[in-house]
Design a protein around this ligand. Sequence first.
Ligand SMILES: [Cu+2]
Length: 520
Amino acid sequence: MPALSRPAAGRRVRALAPIVTLMAVLLAAALPAAAPAASTPKRTSAKLKLSTTSTVTQGENGVQHMHFVYGPVKINPGQNSIFFEPNTVRPKEDGYFTRFEPNLIYQDGTIPRVDVVHLHHAVWMINGSPTWAAGEEKTAAIMPPGYGYPYRTTDRWQMNHMIHNLTPNATSVYITYDLDFVPATAPQAAAIQPVRTQWLDVVGGSYPVFDAIKGTGHAGGTRYTYPDDAADPGVRNAGRWTVGRKQTLVFVWGHLHPGGLYDDLKITRNGVTKLLFRANTKYYEPAGAVSWDVAVTVTPTDWRINVQPGDVISMSGTYDTSRASWYESMAIMPISVADGWSGVDPFTQPYPTKGVLTHGPLAENRNHGGARAGLPNPLKLLGTTAPVSQVAIDDFVYGQGDLSAVGRAGRLPVVHPGESLTFLNNDAFDVNRITDPRTIYHTITACKSPCNRQTGIAYPLADGKVAFDSGELGFGPYRNAAQRKTWSTPKTLATGTYSYFCRIHPFMRGAFRVVKLKGT
Ligand SMILES: [Cu+2]
């Protein structure tokens, strides 16, 4: 189990969240499969650990409950990198999948605390197509009775994962997935209608993200919907699918990041647009829509929508921009689709719209943060006596003005109005090593002063009075890397003290000051 201390212990002591015993959670399989959204499933609180070996147990009606364990996945200090790897952890015979449920565990079967290491995303790529996915919201995909994903042992599986290590400590984890499987040899298999995933994503590409900036969007700058509120009209067609033949939509789920409120699935026919389903969030987080302590609704088991050639299926994602900015946000809706019609016409017949939750509050989300941490209040810290032009970041520490620093290094770097302070990420290694997965990305992201409280899943937030963000400083093969290691503060900042944090490693805090020095 990784300790929450820095690797170079003793040099400087950080005020971090107290080390608490990691809590095991109930086997998610023990939860009700589909409780009405109105009734929240119970918090996971049992002492069960997930198995660290793949297992199969025989269920009823020919169904096998399969628990797969993928890994170990070595996690480097502070990593936030994307990997594509072949995946051979899967059934040994042909059949159908009727349920998918993801998780992340340590070697001992316990589930990592989400503020320590978490599944930013994982996508199960099958024969080159994204089929199932997981984010830290850990939604389960449960097919309505009679539908299943066909599986052949000759299929090509790849795992695309982005596991985010919020600490400077290396660790090792396993991605788990619980699948209900009906072997092709079981009599029940003959009655299963095959489905495939139609992937809808508001942005598209290998790293489909957008920024939802505090105070922007609609409803007085409190809601930001992508693509509707996006400035770039070129992106507006990414989350659309034009139907080519008679098909039935049988199941829909939605992926969002913290701050996300809902994903909407829509259909347009003959110029008329209707909402087919809203994947709505249920935040268990006491502070509201600001953390991963959330579940997202899926379609109810009797939801079936007939679609026909020419129909346009589209989606949007909406974030709360009243309290904070949400950088690198996602909005994705995988749809399970069967051939032929086995549902209702959405324009002439009623269909259920109330979603269901697939899990309750999860124990791994319990460290919310925000308590006193013993860090200084930057508003009361002295500034440097001369203007500073550059702050280097080394080994997870901002070189000047880091709130954990003592003595002169803890003085806030001062810049003149109209000038900027440049940050240099030395943990990003060299440009010649751009594919090195050890690259450590850091950000300089505005948070509301003093921004000095204990780190948790809901603290700190990108809630600075003036929003700024450097992007992920560093190099790498994917779009999450800024492909540069420097960033300069806006020259337009008014005089005052500005707090910031690293949104990849939120224990990293710092501040700088814009001030006109006397005599200059
Ligand atoms: Cu960082």
